[in-house]
Ligand binder design. Structure first.
Ligand SMILES: [Zn+2]
Length: 424
């Protein structure tokens, strides 16, 4: 009965993927713990671990401490069995990295780039950087071959099922562009594409401050603004991939100072709080001579100022700059309060370039959220800075494609990946 054989093969793969998931997450590191977690017999577990070992995905890594009797053998994911490429696209630049199968970056590069150049030019540049990493001798020493997948974060809404951006504000060339298909054809591997903030949230959940946290929100404030939302331990993408796109929620500003957003609406959050907005504010404070510090900076640079100039001046105590930054942070806080009221997260993580001035921004965001949210939603709420050294956009993009490659659907294909070597 072939149907039954097919079915039992699928069930077996699904079970093997589950065991590998326990080993990947650290929930189990011995055959005995796998048996305890699954209720399967020791002999069944031994057989399945042998299959995962023969695929090159699990290695024995010495013994664990014994509680009496023979010390059990420690099992680990063979993180160096292959590598994946991770790409973190932002509005004004991108990061590329090769990571191991634990989603940890082995080698990476940052490139200044205007994503408004469009998908063809941008992806050609991204491919050049991936190729450079793959051919770099030093990188090859740490990133074991072969490349098995690509994960990409994009600064706008993404249809996860088609791996295409959908209606990104101000980036019409990217709308419905076959981003996943293009990179998949180029490298002959699986590609997963998701919103940049979603990828960061996945990275935080896997390796960062949100590890073990079921309900949290990551907000990135830099060249763009976006939010990644975890609810009940799962990433929430929404019906069409538009979840967390908070940049275009209108904020209350004077009609006289309202700016038309690149999305066509007036007074979106991004028009008062993203890097471009802070740069415009800094330039205006210098031009009007309201801030002597920024005036001097403008005289030195000879051109328009940027967000970094405003934050630097604010951090050195320049009062007009501090107040401008606090006003922007207040808008972020009010928008975030709506999110908190609706979702009741346990943790909010703030990321992005604006966090270079976290000492000024974070207290204002906290104060605003606490003032404008219900007592229940703030009773146990923590609002923290995401670790800027965490590379969570990269780790999240890698983890997203690895979840697919190491899941039940693709696990069997690892036998075809050659050469697969245990490195221990
Ligand atoms: Zn807008």
């Amino acid at each position: 009965m072939p149907a039954l054989t097919e079915g039992s093969l699928a069930a077996s793969r699904s079970l093997n993927a589950r065991l590998l998931g326990y080993i990947r997450s650290g929930a189990a590191s011995t055959r005995g713990q796998l048996a305890d977690l699954t209720g399967l017999s020791r002999s069944n577990i031994a057989e399945r671990v042998a299959e995962l070992t023969s695929l090159g995905l699990v290695v024995e890594a010495g013994t664990t401490r014994s509680t009496g009797g023979r010390a059990p053998v420690r099992l680990e994911l063979n993180a160096r069995a292959a590598c994946v490429a991770a790409v973190d696209l932002s509005v004004a630049g991108f990061d590329v990295a090769l990571t191991d199968l634990d989603a940890r970056p082995l080698t990476d590069r940052s490139v200044d780039w205007d994503i408004g150049e469009g998908p063809e030019a941008t992806l050609t540049r991204v491919e050049e950087e991936i190729d450079r990493l793959l051919s770099d001798e030093r990188a090859r020493a740490v990133a074991a071959q072969p490349l098995v997948g690509v994960g990409v974060g994009f600064p706008g809404p993404v249809r996860f099922d088609t791996a295409r951006p959908v209606s990104p504000a101000g980036l019409p060339d990217w709308d419905d562009y076959p981003l996943g298909e293009r990179l998949g054809a180029r490298y002959g591997v699986d590609v997963r594409v998701d919103n940049e903030a979603n990828m960061m949230a996945v990275g935080e959940h896997r390796l960062g401050a949100a590890k073990g946290v079921e309900d949290f929100v990551l907000i990135k404030i830099g060249d763009g603004i976006g939010a990644g939302i975890f609810s009940g331990g799962r990433l929430h993408r929404g019906h069409l991939g538009g979840s967390g796109d908070i940049a275009h929620i209108p904020v209350p500003v004077d009609a006289s100072s309202a700016i038309t957003c690149r999305c066509g609406k007036q007074s979106c959050l991004t028009t008062v709080a993203d890097a471009r907005a802070l740069g415009r504010t800094a330039t205006a404070l210098a031009r009007d001579r309201r801030s002597p510090a920024l005036r001097r900076a403008a005289d030195r640079s000879g051109g328009p100022l940027n967000a970094r100039d405003l934050m630097n001046a604010a951090l050195r105590g320049d009062d007009p700059s501090v107040r401008a930054l606090e006003a922007a942070a207040g808008h972020v806080g009010r928008t975030l309060a709506m999110v908190v009221n609706v979702l009741n997260p346990e943790l909010v993580l703030l990321a992005g370039d604006m966090m270079a001035a976290a000492d000024i921004v974070l207290p204002v965001v906290r104060r605003t959220v606490y003032a404008e949210s219900t007592p229940l939603t703030t009773r146990a709420l923590r609002i923290e800075r995401s670790d800027p050294q965490g590379h969570f956009g990269i780790t999240g993009a890698a983890a997203t494609v690895l979840d697919h490659l190491l899941g039940a659907e693709r696990l069997g294909d690892w036998s075809a990946i050659s050469p697969v070597r245990a490195t221990r």
